[in-house]
Design a protein around this ligand. Structure first.
Ligand code: XUL
Ligand code: CO
Length: 433
């Protein structure tokens, strides 16, 4: 029995289509900048939102109509896998991501939880083989269970660290078994609520040790996927250690974890007081750009609302910077949930189609801007003073404070500045949108 009997396979119908169950811009085989759209994006469904999200919030209970749900059992988890793969097949979503606990019920012990997971992983493997859909990344939920009340790798309770290690060990094995491209660490409760009770150095040392153990174990079992850290500044704790790209990169370098890359999330960037483009630019020029959790927040709400991205400026900015740094080792995972009020199964389709089309449009707009070279040309011109004369000499390491002071004493004052032309550039971008 199909779970979505009334929804056909979603097809590309082109920009003139008025069919809300069709792609207007996402055309997987279309080549942009020498690469098919499907390979630019590697769109992925976030299992926790799409198939475990209930619509509950702090003020109200579940609203989602999910007729296939029959409780938190292994049998139901296996049936849910079939539903999820039907959804992904119909959507043309070629990847998915999950946490251990989204996929199978947690047992009373680690052994029981591992056994439950193994049973569902069998079904995942079969469905992957049947459909060709792949795992983008796996991860472990190290934040929901009360044992992690003080964190996992950064907990004051050494047993919580040990339990988390057991969970990650298992999820690394599962991710390898399913051929996952990568493995994500989002520091669920790795942070603090209060510094009076916190030994920050000890907690960060433990986090560094934990991640080294993960690298060692991956090597031991031959898992060669990419490790990612996902920055987020707050929520659930008031300060998460992995607060933004810059903080993560500093941490990774300080603890000698240079093989990691970042999985950047739009709404996390805005919670950190940045834009996602800022985060992509920062990670990109430092060599740490890895993958994207695509979503958007709501400026009037100010928490991690995880909405589906539909803003063309947002996706254009993402794609401008992703193209600039040569693409993603990971992909674009829709870490986004349908609103509590969008409770019908078909809303899952509208949401993902909207997100995929928004990114496809962003890609085409960004590629057109790049093809004309308008931004590049402007930026190059803006820094032209560094390409010859004193600028080039400074860049070549030929100067000191003394020689520069000498230079200015002779010259008197600087060559006049030129306009930054922000309004001109914003208008220019609109010509491509
Ligand atoms: C939480 C979040 C997580 C990670 C995976 O804000 O984004 O779902 O993506 O643990
Ligand atoms: Co995320």
């Amino acid at each position: 029995m199909p779970a979505f009997p009334d929804v056909p396979k979603i097809a590309f119908e082109g920009p003139k289509s008025k069919n809300p169950l069709a792609f207007r811009y996402y055309n997987p085989d279309e080549v942009v900048e020498g690469k098919a759209m499907r390979d630019h994006f590697r769109f992925s469904v976030a299992y926790w939102h799409a198939f475990r999200g209930t619509g509950s919030d702090p003020f109200g209970s579940a609203t989602m109509l999910r007729p296939w749900e029959r409780g938190d059992t292994v049998d139901n988890a296996i049936n849910r896998v079939h539903v999820a793969f039907e959804f992904m097949e119909k959507m043309g979503l070629e990847f998915y991501c999950f946490h251990d606990r989204d996929m199978a019920p947690e047992g009373k012990t680690l052994a029981e939880s591992n056994k439950n997971l193994d049973e569902v992983v069998k079904a995942l493997k079969e469905e992957q083989q049947r459909t060709g859909i792949k795992l983008l990344w796996g991860t472990a939920n190290l934040f929901s269970n009360p044992r992690y009340v003080h964190g996992a790798a950064t907990s004051c309770n050494a047993d919580a660290f040990a339990f988390a290690a057991g969970q990650v060990k298992k999820m690394l094995e599962v991710t390898k078994e399913l051929g996952g491209r990568g493995y994500v660490f989002w520091g669920g409760r790795e942070g603090y609520q209060n510094l009076y009770n916190t030994d920050m150095k000890r907690e960060l040392d433990h986090l560094g040790r934990f991640l080294h153990m993960a690298v060692d174990y991956a090597k031991k079992i031959g898992f060669s996927g990419q490790f990612f850290i996902e920055p987020k500044p707050k929520e659930p704790t008031k300060h998460q250690y992995d607060s933004d790209a810059a903080a993560c990169i500093n941490f990774l370098r300080a603890y000698g974890l240079n093989t990691f890359k970042l999985n950047l999330e739009t709404n996390h960037a805005t919670l950190a007081g940045h834009t996602i483009q800022h985060e992509i630019e920062y990670a990109g020029h430092q060599g740490f750009l890895g993958s994207i959790d695509a979503n958007t927040g709501d400026l009037l709400l100010g928490w991690d609302t995880d909405q589906f991205p539909t803003d063309i400026y947002l996706t254009t900015q993402c794609m401008l910077s992703i193209l600039k740094y040569g693409g993603l080792a990971g992909g674009i995972n829709f870490d986004a949930k349908v609103r509590r009020e969008s409770f019908e199964p078909v809303d899952l389709f509208y949401a993902h189609i909207g997100g995929m089309d928004a990114f496809a449009r962003g890609l085409k707009i960004a590629a057109a801007i790049r093809a004309d070279g308008v931004l590049d040309k402007f930026v190059r011109g803006r820094y032209a003073s560094w390409d010859s004369g004193i600028g080039k000499e400074i860049d070549d390491g030929k100067h000191t404070f003394e020689t520069l002071s000498e230079h200015m004493l002779k010259k008197g004052d600087v060559t006049p500045n030129t306009s930054g032309r922000q309004e001109y550039l914003e208008h220019l971008i609109n010509m491509y949108v």
